[in-house]
Design a protein. Structure first.
Length: 227
């Protein structure tokens, strides 16, 4: 197989997903708005006590980011399935796992990356220090790609099913738990002045493991769902 042809195919899939999503700006803005609203409303619910907000901030920010990342999972393959693009991807001479990885990368750029960039601004509302905000950004940068990869499996398994959005949530939430625990724990450690190396190393290990295994699982799930 010509590597240049594969690279062009990956770039085409990536650029197409970005272009299609940006034409529907609400799909891109909805997770961001949800993330901002949840974090902004939290101080109104628990009170303005700075110490309490700092203590609860890691969990609040990570849970809000996780839920925001889930909002667009059911659209990861649904539009391609509806317009016939998915069938063309399945018939393409290129490895489906690589094309799936390109689509997942586009999903992360559209949802996970904006959450990472917005998180320091929202962390200011909860009184996080500069060091804790830096850890938050790094943990989200490592964790949100894992969320997109895991979510791609759920989106592929529920493709074409009625109520697929709810089913995706039920499938992926248990698998999201380790990422949530270590992501929030890393920020908590930074708030308390402890070392964050172990937590961030585990998040990096999750990312490497997800990149190694999940595209294969997603590709297999797409073939099963399409058949």
């Amino acid at each position: 197989m010509n590597p240049h042809s594969l690279a062009r195919a990956v770039l085409c899939v990536f650029r197409r997903d970005l272009t299609v999503a940006l034409r529907r700006s609400t799909d891109v803005l909805t997770p961001l708005i949800f993330f901002a609203i949840v974090v902004s409303l939290f101080p109104l619910g628990v009170g303005p006590e700075p110490a309490m907000l700092r203590a609860l901030a890691p969990g609040v920010l990570w849970v809000a980011a996780l839920l925001a990342a889930m909002l667009s999972l059911n659209r990861l393959f649904a539009n391609d399935h509806a317009d016939g693009t998915l069938e063309q991807l399945l018939l393409a001479p290129h490895p489906l796992t690589v094309l799936v990885l390109a689509k997942t990368a586009a999903h992360w750029v559209l949802t996970g990356l904006p959450l990472v960039l917005l998180s320091p601004l929202l962390a200011l509302q909860l009184g996080l220090s500069a060091e804790a905000m830096g850890t938050l950004v790094v943990s989200l940068a490592l964790g949100t790609p894992v969320l997109s990869l895991i979510g791609s499996v759920g989106a592929a398994l529920t493709l074409g099913l009625r109520g697929g959005g709810v089913l995706v949530s039920l499938l992926v939430l248990p698998l999201y738990t380790p990422v949530l625990i270590f992501g929030a724990s890393s920020v908590t450690a930074a708030v308390e002045g402890l070392s964050t190396e172990a937590h961030l190393s585990l998040l990096a290990a999750f990312l490497v493991l997800a990149l190694s295994l999940i595209p294969w699982a997603t590709a297999a799930a797409l073939r099963v769902s399409h058949d």
